[in-house]
Design a protein around this ligand. Structure first.
Ligand code: CU
Ligand code: ZN
Length: 207
């Protein structure tokens, strides 16, 4: 008796079967040999560290998303440099020519609609707020960013005294970045009076 599978096989095997004179039923009955199990892969614990390349040490990114009622976005790159952490990138959706406070904040948490979840300025040394280069300042402080006539601010700045990814108290990895509605006056404690939060991002290692 021919099974359905034999019948189906017969059409494709017709030439071969005809050539060797074999019977369809012998093909149908032949059990598929069990596939040999793949050799057990040794645990990666015992292997050299060449499996998955780790993200480049000392670099990170932050994608800025708008807070509720705002349309400011951006993309930033962070790199460990001598004496601090360099920040480069762009912030989009600002008013042409406007000036905005721009800081690293304590928490990498942008979940609140107004981004207050990011906490205050990152201040591991317990210093006063101020202008980098001329006053005592928070590690998270930077100079204001300024939008061009298309509303784009090009960021090219440095967090003096910050580190990236070393787990030290000055480490900014995993913390927040905030673009404020107003300019930082570099004087008002402890915020610089920079107003509401327009956009928020988390400093993260690229996946
Ligand atoms: Cu801020
Ligand atoms: Zn500050």
């Amino acid at each position: 008796m021919r099974s359905l599978s034999t019948t189906l096989l017969a059409s494709s095997l017709a030439l071969a079967l005809a050539a060797c004179g074999g019977q369809p039923d012998t093909v149908d009955d032949a059990a598929t040999p069990p596939v040999a199990p793949a050799a057990t892969t040794p645990s990666t614990d015992s292997m050299p560290a060449d499996a998955a390349p780790a993200p480049a040490a000392g670099s990170a990114v932050a994608v800025l998303t708008a807070t509720e009622g705002n349309a400011v976005t951006g993309e930033l790159r962070f790199a460990a440099v001598d004496g601090g952490v360099a920040i480069t990138g762009q912030v989009n959706g600002l008013s042409p020519g406007s000036e905005h406070g721009f800081h690293v904040h304590e928490h990498g948490d942008c979940s609140a609609p107004d981004a207050t979840s990011a906490g205050g300025h990152f201040n591991p040394a317990g210093t006063a707020h101020g202008r980098v280069g001329s006053d005592e300042h928070h590690v998270g402080d930077t100079d204001n960013i300024v939008a061009d006539d298309t509303g784009v601010a090009t960021v090219d700045t440095r967090l003096a005294g910050a580190t990236l990814g070393d787990g030290a108290p000055t480490d900014v990895l995993g913390r927040g970045v905030i673009v404020h509605a107003d300019a930082d006056d570099y004087a008002t404690q402890p915020t610089g009076n920079a107003g509401a939060r327009l956009a928020c991002g988390v400093i993260s290692q690229p996946q």
